[in-house]
Design a protein around this ligand. Structure first.
Ligand SMILES: [Mn+2]
Length: 341
């Protein structure tokens, strides 16, 4: 059960800091996903509502993917360039990082480092040495937005659950649970979703626009990536690659890889699905999904220090050409699969 009672000391510290803070930074790792953007927008909303004199800014290293631009307040999300162009001062009293550690926040990490009070709110089970001032991590939460929701209902915030706030929280829930399919789905998360639906927001639109809809180029990119999929270990491993050339060919963007690994994974007989995404000539994002026999979080951490996630869904960042990465990861994955029987 996700409860704020474990966090009494943190809540007190948060209340004390917010009482004197004037400017707040909110960020999240890498490219926004449904949970990280939902969590950031919800947090901004509850801070603004409870502390109307605060100035709250969301700044991410990468541009907000178009699929999230329909969300209420999406226009308030900055990248460093647009923040500078708006002539906002780069000085904050408090900074929040949500849905992952600050190490993966790119250029915004430096801003966060320079802020006196550093808050970390997450649901990933990761160990980290970063000297956060206030840390609220609960791996039992299905999504960071579930944690944010509970925080919003404490006496510190008492946030009004309006349709706008509800859709931010809801998007995080459906994104991280894969529409309440993944094993991280809890009865509590579903009860929370039911509560949110009562506000009357268009949940069909949030699910379809925020998660399922694709551009035509993105659809063709998916078809190509799935068409090139190969199997190993009698079909227990399925894998494919997505290169920068393919992105250019289909006029697609990095966010368009969303959902491809799920199709690979949902192929009959597959134990582990692997998608290698070429970020640059020497940089590869590895995504992994497992039925459960192979703990892919452990596997990803063994690949590199920049690896981690959940036991059934994990990722890693490798500094090598994509072909080399594919060979190396597949060889290790085959060895893991052989251990399972
Ligand atoms: Mn999450």
């Amino acid at each position: 059960m996700v409860a704020m009672t474990h966090f009494q000391d943190e809540l007190n510290a948060l209340g004390k800091a917010l009482a004197t803070a004037k400017r707040i930074l909110i960020t999240a790792p890498g490219a926004a996903d449904g949970d990280s953007i939902g969590a950031q927008l919800a947090l901004q909303r509850m801070l603004n509502q409870a502390f109307p004199n605060l100035q709250v800014f969301i700044v991410n290293d990468e541009e907000l993917p178009p699929r999230y631009q329909f969300l209420p307040d999406a226009e308030t999300v900055f990248i460093p360039e647009t923040f500078a162009r708006a002539q906002h001062e780069r000085k904050f009293d408090m900074a929040f990082v949500v849905d992952g550690g600050i190490d993966r926040a790119g250029r915004v990490k430096h801003w966060y480092d320079q802020t006196p009070i550093k808050v970390f709110i997450d649901h990933h089970a990761v160990s980290c040495d970063y000297p956060y001032t206030i840390r609220m991590v609960d791996p039992k939460a299905s999504a960071t937005t579930e944690l944010i929701y509970h925080l919003s209902q404490t006496s510190l915030f008492k946030t009004r659950i309006d349709p706008q706030f509800a859709q931010h929280i809801y998007l995080g829930l459906v994104f991280d649970t894969g529409f309440f399919r993944h094993s991280n789905t809890t009865a509590e998360a579903m009860v929370l979703a039911a509560e949110l639906l009562k506000t009357g927001f268009d949940f069909t639109r949030v699910g379809e626009r925020g998660m399922l809809e694709r551009s035509l180029g993105s659809l063709r990119l998916m078809a190509d990536t799935l068409g090139q999929a190969k199997t190993r270990e009698q079909g227990k491993i399925i894998w494919s690659v997505l290169t920068q050339d393919m992105l250019r060919k289909y006029d697609a963007i990095p966010d368009d890889r969303e959902g491809i690994i799920d199709h690979l994974f949902l192929t009959h007989g597959v134990e582990v699905a692997l998608l290698l995404f070429e970020l640059g000539p020497q940089q590869v994002k590895v995504s992994l999904r497992s039925q459960g026999k192979v703990d892919v979080a452990r596997f990803a951490r063994a690949l590199t220090v920049r690896g981690g996630g959940h036991s059934k869904a994990a990722g890693a960042l490798l500094e090598m050409p994509i072909q080399e990465a594919a060979e190396s990861v597949l060889e290790k994955l085959s060895a893991e699969i052989k251990k399972t029987h």
